[in-house]
Write a protein that binds this ligand. Structure first.
Ligand code: AMP
Length: 324
């Protein structure tokens, strides 16, 4: 995740972070704050530093265990930039130009630097660095994973078997959380209005208020039907993921009751989850030295694997071994 905001929102939490927490039990996981990727958008240095720490702290407060998984800053493992360069040199200019995310962003008038253009090659390096078997990605990242696979295969064909070709790992039933005011659109930092969004660091009273004023519909029946009843279904989905209850069961429990009851209980469930999260965030942010120690430890564990990959890559392409 990029350190592009001061707070993740409920969509990031339920759509991504909760899955990360689940995956770390089964897999050897690497979770980093993508601070190098964040440089593709000009940001004030002080703001970038603050957001990098906050984003890392949110991984941990959300349940990623830095003892189990490596939690670190991308820029602290310098091999990311090195392998990114090698990936750039394997990519055709036209091939990079066909990446839809770059095309979409520039079409929307976002001024583009070369870093944004070569973003997928750095992302390929991020993945290939750790001999990743799987990458938990959403649909929107599928094309970037495809180019990662292409680059790994191209590298192996040209230089001999060196890199592991990763598979996408589309997380089953990953929740998609919608804007509370416009439940046909995804909850998003840039697209949602303040009332449509639930920031994880928001004041609890304000969160409860946003849930109480969520858009529903005019008939009063609580039923899970994302097409016909997007607002009500979004509230049911939020409840379901946080309470660990199948969404149809949550809906049945509210049969014959009004939207007011549903909103009240969703607010309770959300606040019960966020209270310990916010408490842990306060502890982590109050002790930046400890947070930096956790990140340094994560980086040194990640660097062991990354340096070994870079040594193989150097040898394969003909760069002399680096004596450090
Ligand atoms: P972003 O900051 O939009 O790049 O998102 C970071 C992560 O959160 C990605 O894995 C997204 O797929 C996920 N995410 C963002 N918004 C939502 C949402 N409304 N519902 C579910 N997942 C989301």
């Amino acid at each position: 995740m990029q350190p592009t905001s001061d707070s993740l929102h409920l969509g990031n939490y339920l759509g991504a972070l909760v899955n990360w927490v689940g995956l770390q039990e089964e897999f050897d996981a690497y979770y980093f704050v993508a601070d190098l990727h964040a440089l593709t958008v000009p940001t004030d240095p002080e703001v970038l530093r603050r957001r990098t720490r906050t984003t890392a702290a949110q991984f941990i407060a959300g349940g990623v265990d830095p003892e189990t998984s490596a939690v670190f800053c991308q820029s602290h493992v310098t091999a990311h930039a090195e392998l990114g360069w090698v990936m750039n040199c394997l990519t055709g200019f036209g091939e990079a130009g066909r990446m839809t995310q770059f095309k979409d962003k520039t079409a929307r008038g976002q001024s583009a630097n070369v870093g944004l253009f070569t973003y997928p090659m750095l992302m390929a390096a991020d993945i290939l660095m750790y001999d990743a078997a799987y990458v938990p990605v959403g649909e929107d990242q599928r094309q970037h994973l495809e180019i990662t696979r292409d680059l790994a295969e191209r590298f192996n064909t040209r230089f001999g078997d060196t890199l592991v070709v990763p598979e996408p790992y589309i997380v089953k039933e990953s929740a998609k959380i919608m804007d509370l005011q416009d439940p046909t659109a995804k909850m998003s930092k840039t697209g949602s209005s303040p009332k449509g969004l639930i920031d994880l660091m928001e004041d609890p009273a304000r969160i409860a208020k946003n849930i109480r004023s969520a858009v529903t519909d005019t008939d009063a029946e609580v039923r899970y039907d994302p097409e016909g009843k997007p607002g009500v279904s979004n509230l049911l989905a939020i409840h379901s993921v946080l309470s660990g209850t199948p969404v149809t069961e949550v809906a049945e429990a509210f049969a014959g009751r009004g939207y007011g009851d549903l909103k009240k209980e969703v607010a309770e469930v959300v606040l019960a989850a966020l209270e310990p999260f916010q408490q842990r965030m306060r502890e982590l942010l109050d002790d930046p030295a400890e947070l930096d120690r956790i990140l340094a430890d994560g980086a040194s564990r990640a660097a062991e694997v990354a340096d070994a990959t870079m040594a193989r890559v150097r040898d394969a392409v003909g760069l002399l071994p680096a004596a450090r």
